[in-house]
Each structure stands twice: as C-alpha cells, then as structure tokens.
Design a protein around this ligand. Structure first.
Ligand code: HEC
Length: 223
C-alpha cells in the first residue's frame, strides 16, 4: 500500500512538473544549435572567461576541449591559474559565491539536458534580461533571478549590432554547453553509421548464404 501511495505521489509530482514546464516552454525562443567546433570554441571562451567566475563545470576537464578541435596552446591561453588537466571549477571560493548570491550558482556541466528544451531554455534565459521602470535589471524568463546580466543584454538596443553580438555569444555558449553535457554524441553518431553499414553487409551475406543452401535442395521437396 505504501508503495502504491509512493507511485501515485510520483505520478502526481511528475504531472505537476510537466504542467509547470509546459508553461515556460511557450516563452522559449527556439534556436538551431550550431554543432560546429568553431561555435563550441567561441562558447568555450565565454564560459571560461565569464561563467567560471561563478559556475563550475565539474564533469568537464580543460583538456577535454581537445575534442572540439582546440590545441594544447589554445586551451592554455584560456586558463587563469588552473592546470590543463584540472576540472573546470569556478574561480571563486564556494563560501564567497554563496554569500554574494544567497545560493551557490548551479553546476553547468549537465545544464543543457537538466532543463526541458535545454538549448532553447539557456538561450532564452541569457537573452531575457531587461530594465524595469525602477531601473533594476530583471529577467522575463526567470523573474527575480540572482544571476546578473552577464552578457550585458539589457544594455543593448533592439536591432543594434551590440544586441546581435550578445545573441551570437549566447548561441555559442549553448553550443558549448550542449557538447559539454554529452561529449560523446559525435562519436556515437559516427559509430551508428558504421553499425548500419555492417548490418547491411551482414544482411547481404546472409541472403547469399540462404540462396546457396536453398539452391541445393531438389525442386521436388519444395512442392
Ligand atoms: C556573477 C556570477 C555569475 C556569472 C558570471 C554567471 N552566473 Fe549563472 N547563475 C548565477 C547565480 C547566482 C545563479 C542562481 C540564480 C537563481 O537561482 O536565482 C545562476 C544560475 C544560472 C543558471 C540556472 C538557471 C535556472 O534555470 O536555474 C544557468 C543556466 C546559468 N546561470 C548560466 C550561466 C552562463 C551560461 C553564464 C556565462 C555566460 C553564467 N551563468 C554566468 C551567477 C552567475
């Protein structure tokens, strides 16, 4: 009975979050994720230069960025006082960040899959800052967010080059975070192609084998 109640509770909870998530997904701006290494590398610059001030990416090492086409020197250029084999941990101490923001900024390693419609969510979040009448900065997607407008989006005029640049930066950050959340996706896709080719060849061989074996049977047994 207890178990049944737990299951019913879970279902109700999931249904509840489904509704809550559905209500934000309407506000999300859709982007096509640029999966090129160039976009990911540009994103890496913003991540290491800006986001790491407050966030960590615990599951990614700086050296992993060789997988997105960066050389050892390219990566070292992005480092402050970290080592290339270090995990991408925030540059400021935990206590300091907790005190400054009232909570620890969440880890970004898996953020692209942790939120529903992750890429759209991240892009929309970074490009939803605006000035309220009071002069305070707020965020349309996440009202009252304790994260500052790190790309200075609210300071850009609609249609301006500066705004386009902030949007491009947000897009590249998303490319990086999508890669970071699933770094083996590219490999898996190319492996998938080999598996399919292998299966096609295997099917042809088995078909030929079948024809050979059945071909040996005398006609009469077939009827
Ligand atoms: C100055 C510190 C600071 C910097 C720099 C910063 N963040 Fe944050 N971020 C925060 C804080 C604090 C929160 C928690 C906000 C809250 O829950 O109100 C947060 C939350 C988030 C969240 C989670 C929002 C959610 O749905 O819970 C994402 C995603 C995020 N930041 C992405 C980024 C990215 C990408 C960058 C770099 C472009 C960045 N942040 C730079 C402080 C920072």
């Amino acid at each position: 009975m207890k178990r049944l109640l737990a299951v019913v509770g879970m279902v109700a909870l999931l249904a509840g979050t489904g509704v809550a998530l559905a209500s934000t997904s309407g506000k999300l701006r859709h982007i096509e994720v640029d999966e090129s290494n160039e976009a990911r590398q540009r994103g890496a610059e913003t991540i290491t230069g800006t986001c790491l001030l407050c966030h960590s990416l615990t599951y990614v090492r700086f050296s992993d960025m060789t997988d997105i086409g960066m050389s050892q020197e390219d990566i070292e250029y992005l480092l402050m006082d970290q080592k290339i084999d270090d995990r991408m941990m925030s540059l400021s101490p935990v206590e300091f960040r907790k005190e400054s923001y009232g909570k620890l900024p969440p880890d970004l390693s898996l953020m692209a899959i942790a939120r529903k419609n992750g890429p759209d969510y991240l892009y929309t979040l970074l490009t939803s800052y605006y000035y309220r009448e009071s002069g305070d900065i707020d965020n349309h997607l996440f009202p009252g967010i304790r994260m500052p407008d790190v790309l200075a989006y609210a300071d850009t005029e609609p249609g301006s080059a500066a705004r386009a640049e902030a949007e491009a930066q947000a897009r590249d950050v998303v490319s990086f975070l999508v890669w970071a959340a699933d770094p083996n996706a590219d490999e898996r896709e190319s492996l998938g192609v080999y598996v399919i080719i292998y299966l096609i060849i295997l099917t042809i061989l088995l078909y030929l084998l079948k024809r050979r074996i059945w071909g040996r049977l005398p006609e009469t047994t077939a009827s």
